[in-house]
Design a protein around this ligand. Sequence first.
Ligand code: BG6
Length: 497
Amino acid sequence: MNGSIPELPLTVVIFGASGDLTARKLVPSLYRLYVKGRLPTNLQIVGVSRTPLSHHEFCQRMERSVREFANKEWSPEIWATFSKTIFYTPGDGASDGGLTNLEKFLVEREAPSKGGARLYYFSVSPELYEGILKRLDSAGFLEEQSAEKWRRLVVEKPFGKNLESAKTLNLAMGRYLREDQIYRIDHYLAKENVQNLLVFRFANTIFEPLWNHSYIDHVQLTVAESVLVGNRGDYYDQAGVIRDMFQNHLLQVLTVMTMEAPSKYSADLLRNEKVKVLEAITIPTVEEASNQIALGQYQGYLEEKGVPKNSKTPTFASIKLDIDNWRWRGVPFYLRSGKGMRNRASEILIQFRCPPHLMFPLPPGSSLQCNRLAVCIQPDEGIHLNFQTKVPDQEKLVLKPADMEFTYGKAYSSFSIPESYERLLLDAILGDASLFMRSDEIERSWAIMDPFIQAYEQANGICPQSYPIGSMGPENSEALLAKTGREWIPLYAERNT
Ligand code: BG6
């Protein structure tokens, strides 16, 4: 990691502080960092949102959620000191004069030193970004008086709703901040086994020579969620699964799986490589995209709060992508994600090619299960290499697949897997942008996904097929793979339960 914990005071200002994310992820993650001694002692966390709340009321809300989400790190004694760092100022970043309370508060708190480093966190809708930045700028709150007194901004997804809106947002933000001050979050990048994938690939020699079209037949990336849209119907129906999961999380995991090795572990070199592989992904026409996608909507979605009765928003999608470069030419990448699925499981399944010739006789009607590597992102983070073995003491020679395994649970039983936001908040404070998306990455990701979105949003576009809650999606998802004679391989998490 690049930086170090600032010695100067640190102020974290969270916009959209009355929302779910602040209560469930941000403050519990800051609390855990505090418990681990990873935050400066001179810290203040200021929540801002339109809801009228006092410092005390906000703090009480946060206490309830930290108790619930801090797991074994909860300690009333540590909370007593941590809670002294939490403040709240009601305000509306979108209206003139809407940030007066915040301005007054910061000026008073930070006088006479004018404060130290400041991290802004936008957990608000992207339409509000520019307005808030404009007001912070007029108040002089974006000015960096020295390198230590930095100003950084973390922004949540969704970053726009298509390529055009993402470009507009990038331009607008660029009027107020340098690119290196902007940290665009994708929490999938901070999942432990996604970070580990880089180590697996580039800190070992034995896998990388196989990591290409000569040895890999195809790749399946699944992010299955058992949850439904819950109380997010309004947002979700506008977004749909492609904007909510593919443009960001699935594409980011795919880039980590397929990028070339940068010469150093540095944010810009890493992101250069990610952009290169994104640039190699073939952008289909809308017509081609329609043939490379299968869409689903879970039964009962139309009854969800905030969802119109005639909504055609997909809650499930499978898509096929091709990477047109030397390493990956001819290897199809199948990506799928959905809500209301049988289990919560995120996995990358790498199907290797079969041996060119098999000298062993197989029972009639059976075929060889060729090597597979499953990278389990969640739950039960681990890596499983499946290969053929000889069953002992049989009348005839019998083959059976077996697994060579690494799991975080067994290998690192005394460690707990941190919440992604803990890693990301710390990295933003340390100034390490490796796990954040750069403007060009975001724009290229939208360019890849836009034709898939148009394939169903255009007039007479494709309609999602309904699927029962608790299934693995609609039948057309199987049909997508059948086009190339392949099928979805059962998830590792399911094969072993
Ligand atoms: C969010 C999406 O970005 O990721 C949600 O908006 C989704 O719809 C969530 O449920 C999944 O994250 P995780 O970490 O629970 O897999």
